[in-house]
Design a protein around this ligand. Sequence first.
Ligand code: PLP
Length: 388
Amino acid sequence: MRDDRGRVYLDYHATTPVDPRVAELVLHHMVSAFGNAGSADHAFGDEAAAAIDSAALDVAALVGGRAEDVLFTSGATEAINMVLKGHRPEPGRRRRFRIAVSPTEHSAVLQTCAAMARGGAAEITVLRVDGRGHVDLNEVAAVCADGCDLVCVMAANNEIGTIASVDAIATLTHQFGVGYLCDASQAGGRIPLRTLVEQDALVVLSAHKMYGPQGVGALVSARMKSLRPLIHGGEQQHGRRAGTLNVPGVAGFGLAARLRDAEMDADEGRIARLRDALQARFLAEIPDLKVNGDPNARLAGNLNIAFPGIPNGAVIARVRVRLAIATGAACASGIEAPSHVLRAIGLADPYLDGALRIGLGKWSTAEDIELAGDLLIDAARSVTAMLR
Ligand code: PLP
C-alpha cells in the first residue's frame, strides 16, 4: 500500500494503520453514539456501555478470557505498569517482590522493573536467552522453584519477532503458583493465543498493533482482583481504573480484535510469503547478510536483518523519503546505542550497528516488497562503496 505521496509503510511493529471498518465505528462513537459509558440515566450512556461490554467480549476472546477479565487502559504500557506495580503483597510478608524477566522485553517492562528495583520495591532476575531470543524453560522452572513471584516473557518480540513458547511458560508458572505477565502487544491478533488467560496468564494487548486506534490497550486476566488500581478517582471499570472510558477507542479495539480473530490466519499466511520473498532476495544479493530471530518461530510480518559493517543510519537516510522502516523499536528511535534485544541475543559487533527492522502487515503488497528490496539493496551498495 502506498500513500498519496507514493511512500511505502513497512513499520507495522511500531504501529499499524487503522482498519477502515474500525475507523468507521470509532467515528460513529465520536459523533453519533458519543455517550459516557458511566451515564446510567439515559440511552446515550446505555449505548456507550453496551459498546464497552461488546468490546470486552471480543478482546477477551482473542486471548481465552471472559469479558469480566478485561481492564481497558491507555495502552500496553499502562497495563504492564499495572501488573508490575499493582501486586498486593501477602499480609505480613517482609521480602521484596521478585520478578524474573527476559532481557528482550519491551522497555515498558524493563524500565518499570528498573524503576521498581531502584525504589527498593522489587528484586529483578534477568533470565538468559539464546541466540534466537528464547528463554530457557529449565531456568524459568528454577526461578519459580526459588520463590519468584512474577515471570515476564513476551509472547512475540517487537524487534526480532521471536515467538515464545507461551503455553509451556504459562503451564510452568501455573504449576508453581507464580504470576505470568505475557506482553502480547505484538502477538495479539497475529498468532493464536486463545487459551492464555485460561492458563492463568496476565495478558497485555495494544489496539494500535492490530489495526485499531492508538492510545487503547487492555490487561486480560482472571487474576485481576489480586491487583491494586494504579489510577484512583471514579468507580469506572469496577473501581479498578478510574477515568471516563475512551468509548470510541475501546469500541474500535473490540472490532479490531474481532476482525483479527476472523482474518488472522489468511492474512498472516499471505504476509509470511511476502516476507520470505524479500528475505530470499536480500540473502541472494547482499553478501554476509544476517537474519535475526528464530526462522522457525517468528511473526509472519517480521524481518530483522543486519548488514555487516554498514551503519543502519546511513541506509535509512538513503531510503526514508520513500520507505518507512526502522533501526529498532519506536520507543528507542533516536537513541544511538545498539538495541538491547540484539545485544541480549549476542549479535556480533559488526552486525549490531547494521540492523534494520522491517515490519509487514495487512496492507503490504508484492509491489511494496519489490520497491523495498530495490531501495535497500541500492542503499546498502552505495554505503558500502562510500566506505571503501
Ligand atoms: N510492548 C511491546 C512488545 C510493544 O511493541 C509496545 C509498543 O511499541 C508496547 C509494549 C507499548 O505499547 P503501547 O504503545 O500500547 O503503550
